[in-house]
Design a protein around this ligand. Structure first.
Ligand SMILES: *Cc1c(COP(=O)(O)O)cnc(C)c1O
Length: 247
């Protein structure tokens, strides 16, 4: 990208970021929440390092990435000159778990036991504790990853595996993450987020020693609804950076 191109993108990003932040503030106020309790994760999958740098210049400090190798390259390029944190939000293949462990500060997409064991092992090898969110599927849509959580009657099935994860030494549960199915109307996701919050209450009752505080929900499409329904982290790409290149 040419310097003037990057300048234009920076102006755009700053403008978009202000819009997103003010909409988060309005949504928080509408539901009697403190906007400061909502962390904005800027999603930069498939975007070049120059755009991430522009994001940092615009004031972003938390980034979300989906693909471990791609992310690792960008993280290494950026890391030296900033204090940003990196959130893994994409599906993790087990053979790439070590890359995730080496480069990310938090994992939102812990969706199965095998990955929990790998994360625990690799984090142990590097002598750290990885904060994680458990990704749950609250819609029942088959293409979505995550622990099966659409049927309330089956929630008790989650207690044993979640308890086992909570007892792992080198990962630390902080809450839940979910990615609802595509919908035309963001209001369609509201009942799903309400179900997620109910699941959170259930888990707080069943496993009270574990921290269930974080709810990572809401993308460009529906983040205002997510904030109204209790999101503590929203993951926003397109509304900040514009459309990204196809994968
Ligand atoms: C890409 C992605 C986002 C961001 O989506 P936008 O529509 O660009 O805001 C959020 N969460 C996950 C898991 C993603 O893969």
């Amino acid at each position: 990208m040419s310097p003037s191109e990057i300048d234009d993108r920076l102006t755009q990003i700053k403008h978009n970021l202000e819009t997103v932040k003010s909409r988060i503030a309005v949504a928080a106020e509408k539901s009697g929440r403190d906007a400061g309790a909502v962390q904005l994760i800027a999603v930069t999958k498939l975007l070049p390092v120059e755009i991430i740098r522009a994001g940092i210049q615009a004031g972003i400090r938390s980034f979300g990435e989906n693909y471990p190798e791609e992310a690792a390259e960008k993280i290494l390029a950026i890391k030296a000159d900033s204090d940003v944190t990196w959130h893994m939000i994409g599906h993790i293949q087990s053979r790439k778990t070590d890359i995730v462990c080496r480069h990310f500060d938090m994992v939102h997409s812990l969706d199965r036991m095998k990955i929990a064991r790998y994360l625990d092992r690799y984090s142990g090898e590097t002598n750290r504790i990885m904060p994680v969110l458990l990704e749950v599927n609250i819609s029942g849509e088959e293409s979505k990853f995550g622990w099966q959580a659409w049927n309330e009657v089956r929630w008790s099935d989650l207690v044993a595996p979640f308890k086992a994860i909570s007892e792992m030494e080198h990962i630390e549960i902080r809450g839940l993450m979910s990615m609802p199915p595509y919908a035309v109307d963001p209001e369609a996701t509201r009942p799903l987020y309400q179900r997620l919050r109910k699941l959170q209450q259930f888990l707080m009752g069943e496993l009270p020693e574990t921290n269930w505080q974080e709810l990572s929900i809401g993308t460009s499409f529906d983040y205002e609804v997510a904030v109204e329904e209790g999101a503590t982290m929203v993951r926003i790409g397109t509304s900040i950076f514009g459309h990204r290149p196809a994968q």
